[in-house]
Design a protein around this ligand. Structure first.
Ligand code: FES
Length: 147
């Protein structure tokens, strides 16, 4: 029923991994100035580079909640490298899709994870191949992609 899949409704009504991590290995916050939504991701990464725990907090729409919930489930237990492969596309597929007008919401989770990984890399003085410096406002990035 309606425009959202059952999985989206489930992750929206019962989001996984909501909260904070004390002394996280990395934390990242991104927003989208166009809709005003904000997302913060916390990562707990062990010495082998495996994401042991992940939590998120959001001031965001329902689709942002559902995609972040799914994204945290997908990166948990993964290595940093594997986590980079969890794209917003992968998250949307895992949720059986999102309405086109809500696709941009799934970017919030992906970018917040990248920002947290960036923070982790900075703190540990390492370089994560394929990871770009995060932007605070992801709507700037969307605009770039439109051209
Ligand atoms: Fe802003 Fe969904 S409307 S993230």
């Amino acid at each position: 029923m309606g425009m959202y899949s059952e999985k989206v409704m489930d992750h929206f009504s019962n989001p996984r991994n909501v909260g904070e991590i004390e002394n996280p290995s990395g934390v990242g916050t991104v927003g989208n100035a166009k809709c005003g939504d904000i997302m913060r991701m916390y990562l707990d990464i062990n010495s082998e580079g495996v994401i042991q725990d992940v939590k998120f907090k959001t001031f965001g729409c329902g689709a942002a909640v559902a995609t972040s919930s799914m994204a945290t489930e997908l990166v948990k237990g993964k290595t940093v490298r594997q986590a980079l492969e969890v794209t917003n596309q992968a998250v949307m597929e895992a949720l059986d899709g999102l309405p086109p007008v809500k696709v941009h919401c799934s970017l919030l989770a992906e970018e917040a994870i990248h920002a947290a990984l960036w923070d982790y890399a900075q703190k540990n003085n390492i370089e994560i191949e394929g990871l770009e410096e995060p932007v605070n406002d992801i709507s700037e990035k969307e605009e770039e992609e439109e051209y």
